[in-house]
Write a protein of this length. Structure first.
Lengths: 199, 223
């Protein structure tokens, strides 16, 4: 009986140690070390880091939101956002490229969703909100005839904006007749990318 | 003269007010790599430098953009920190922000049991995922009144190409060895427990009893 127990302990003890050894062997990182002797060559490290950097900023009117005010009569077509016509008729919706950048910038725009009235649960289709952009602004620029409707994917709107320059925007909203009263909101995102790259 | 001074003051005031309407927080990104080689199934961290040369401080967060490329679809366990970037932080003083992610196993493996006891031959072409790393400025809450409108958010992005490394390996029997080790340890444990669960005197008594039985048996056989 004593011998049988000792024998079993020996056999299973061996299996245990073998298993642990195999686990270690299987999980050891493989090392391919090649030994060389009498080396006579030397190496010098060559190192260069090429950095790109860009920075953008929205005008405070733009960062404060695109507001269309209160509407009493429907339908409303090409309703101007409150910053579309600043004093002098120019747009106050501007995105600037910092002079502390080393690449020109493309701007991309998108909306996150349809305009939504959280109180009434109603939506106003995203296609009713539109924009136009230009590198200068005046009473007629950016011009309504170049308006583009928002989508939920980024679209380039202002390309190759140089260091220290900016892009002006105007926004318009159409509200079809029959739209339920309420406050409709969504989020417009602006993204700056290195010029020539995708949004 | 006084009228002239007043006019100059008025002009300066208008210029300042006009400029104020164009002053806002901004965000900037500085990057020195557009691709990274990562091992599948492993966590990788990249560092991007963020700056803000504008007159207002801004809170920023870094993430993989969900609008371009398939990169976001494959990354799991994205971790990043939100940071306040002080105003007037130039690109030379850019603040590093760490961005970590895990790439799941993307190469074909030959497994015997589920996802265990697998071998990997790496016969496929290297998998490359394109995307963008985006530094987003977190806007303060905006009150949109009237008939509505849109809140705005701003981001800057840098392209990122993730090349996934495939590590070829022979069949991994670790699970089998773990099971063997556990079973053998359990058996050895049971034997030792059964052997030593009684006190030494009791064990000796049992041994003595067995010996006596043996002696009696052999005596009977002799008779």
């Amino acid at each position: 009986m004593l011998k049988k127990e000792t024998g079993l302990i020996l056999v299973f003890g061996f299996i245990f140690i073998f298993s642990i050894a195999m686990i270690l062997i299987q999980n050891l990182p493989s090392t391919d070390v090649s030994l060389t002797g009498f080396a006579t060559t030397g190496t010098a490290v060559s190192n260069v880091t090429i950095s790109k950097y860009l920075s953008i900023s929205m005008s405070s009117n733009l960062s404060g939101g695109i507001l269309f005010g209160s509407i009493d009569t429907l339908p409303a077509v090409n309703l101007n956002a409150s910053g579309n016509n600043n004093s002098g008729g120019s747009s106050s919706f501007l995105i600037n490229v910092s002079s502390d950048s080393n690449t020109a910038v493309d701007f991309c725009l998108k909306a996150n969703a349809d305009l939504y009235d959280s109180t009434g649960g109603n939506t106003l289709a995203i296609g009713n909100e539109s924009y136009a952009n230009a590198t200068t602004t005046s009473a007629s620029i950016p011009v309504l005839s170049q308006e583009v409707s928002f989508t939920t994917s980024y679209v380039k709107a202002g390309e190759g904006i140089g260091i220290g320059n900016g892009s002006y925007y105007r926004f318009w909203l159409d509200i079809p007749s029959g739209t339920a009263s309420g406050t409709y909101n969504n989020t417009i995102s602006f993204e700056g990318v290195e010029t020539g790259t995708s949004c | 003269m006084n009228k002239k001074v007043l006019k100059i003051v008025q002009v300066i005031f208008v210029i300042v007010i006009l400029n104020l309407s164009f002053v806002s927080a901004g965000v900037g990104i500085k990057w020195d790599r557009e691709s990274a080689l990562v091992n599948e199934g492993e966590k990788t961290c990249l560092t991007y430098n963020v700056y803000n040369p504008w007159p207002e401080a801004s809170y920023v967060a870094i993430e993989v953009s969900d609008d371009f490329g398939e990169l976001k679809e494959i990354l799991t366990e994205q971790e990043s920190e939100e940071k306040l970037i002080p105003a007037e932080t130039s690109s030379a003083e850019a603040i590093p922000i760490k961005f970590c992610f895990k790439v799941p196993k993307v190469y074909e493996r030959n497994c015997l049991v589920g996802s265990f006891i697998c071998e990997q031959k790496c016969n496929e072409e290297q998998k490359i995922y394109d995307g963008e790393v985006s530094v987003k400025s977190i806007p303060p809450p905006t009150d949109i009144g009237g008939s509505g409108g849109s809140t705005t958010s701003m981001a800057v992005s840098a392209p990122l190409k993730i090349r996934v490394n495939c590590n070829a390996h022979s069949r991994d029997f670790t699970l089998i060895y773990v099971l063997l080790a556990l079973i053998s340890a359990l058996i050895v444990g049971i034997i030792i427990y059964r052997k030593y669960r009684k006190q030494a005197i009791e064990r000796d008594k049992e041994k003595l009893k067995k010996l006596q039985e043996k002696i009696n048996k052999s005596k009977k056989q002799k008779k």
